[in-house]
Design a protein around this ligand. Structure first.
Ligand code: GRG
Length: 298
């Protein structure tokens, strides 16, 4: 099934990814006053080889609502900029203290800590600039800015990170873990889908369906991410395992075991696909993308 799904989604995803990358490159050329080291650090992290899953979700959500994806491209780039900022800051010594991201040294390792902090800050600001300046309608732009600000802020991404740091080495259950991921990974998936729907001027019930799809897919993504980290270690249950173990972070395989985690991710993906059923055939690529997330190996 993996190959069939990958074959079905890959050429379309590859094309969308390439379009996103061209735009990300243009948005960070900066012919004006940006200091060269800052420009290089922003581009180093933003253009590094990532899956571009969130921008693809923006574009596919717009298409699922019957619109061409092109008008949603600035919002797709904005979401990737917020994602890149969150990765740079998450990798810092004061946070997760990671050395490698996307197969290359993390931003603070390649440059220095101060530059990495500033590159993240500048990417976050650029995300809002791009939406404000390049979405076709000012009303749509304001709606998208509001949604993205809510997602990036104290009650979502930043708050989720705070809760995550506070929870280290404490006793969590599956609900607590889901609540943390809902504010981080889940929120980014949801806003990606919502922005696509808003730009396509979709009715509220379609945006709600996309939102629920995003919530379920985000959690499934996080579970598969934890599974990739333990690499099939069936004995993972009850232990703090994988790259996050040193920081005392609990993961799904640690909490539920590998088999149950796999089952839960598959159930969530099935539910995600069901909920967008009312969008009809135009939502088929989102179904394929969800299966791709389940079967992914990176
Ligand atoms: C504001 C500091 C700060 C953090 C916000 C969202 C978040 C909280 C942090 C992101 C860091 C992180 C490791 C989140 C877990 C989700 C995850 C596995 C992200 C990586 O996403 P992929 O696999 O990455 O889509 P690519 O490189 O493909 O884009």
């Amino acid at each position: 099934m993996h190959d069939i799904v990958s074959d079905a989604i890959s050429p379309q995803l590859e094309q969308l990814r390439a379009e996103v990358d061209v735009s990300l490159d243009r948005y960070t050329e900066f012919s004006d006053d940006c200091p060269e080291k800052l420009r290089l650090a922003m581009r180093y992290s933003l253009l590094a080889p990532g899956k571009r899953l969130r921008p693809c979700l923006v574009l596919l959500a717009s298409e699922a609502c019957g619109q061409h994806h092109a008008p949603a491209l600035p919002a797709a780039c904005a979401v990737e900029m917020v994602h890149a900022y969150s990765l740079i800051h998450d990798d810092l010594p004061a946070m997760d203290d990671d050395d490698i991201r996307r197969g290359q040294p993390t931003c603070h390792k390649q440059f220095d800590e101060a530059t990495a902090i500033l590159a993240g800050d500048a990417l976050l600001a650029l995300a809002f600039q791009v939406i404000a300046q390049d979405l076709p309608s000012p009303i749509t732009a304001v709606r998208c800015l509001h949604e993205l600000a809510l997602t990036a802020g104290a009650c979502s991404l930043v708050g989720g990170q705070m809760a995550d740091l506070t929870a280290e080495f404490s006793n969590l259950d599956a609900e607590d873990l889901a609540a943390i991921h809902r504010r981080k990974t889940g929120a980014m998936f949801r806003v990606s889908l919502r922005l696509g729907g808003i730009i396509a001027e979709a009715p509220a019930e379609h945006i709600d369906a996309l939102d629920t799809y995003g919530e379920k897919l985000g959690l499934a993504f996080q579970i598969t991410d934890d599974l990739l980290d333990v690499d099939g270690d069936e004995a993972a249950v009850g232990k703090r395992v994988g790259k996050d173990a040193d920081q005392g972070k609990l993961t799904y395989p640690g909490l539920l075991g590998v088999a149950e985690s796999r089952k839960r991710a598959a159930t969530l993906v099935g539910e995600a696909c069901d909920v967008i059923g009312n969008l009809g055939e135009s939502a088929t690529p989102l179904n394929h993308l969800a299966r791709f997330v389940l079967a992914r190996n990176q």
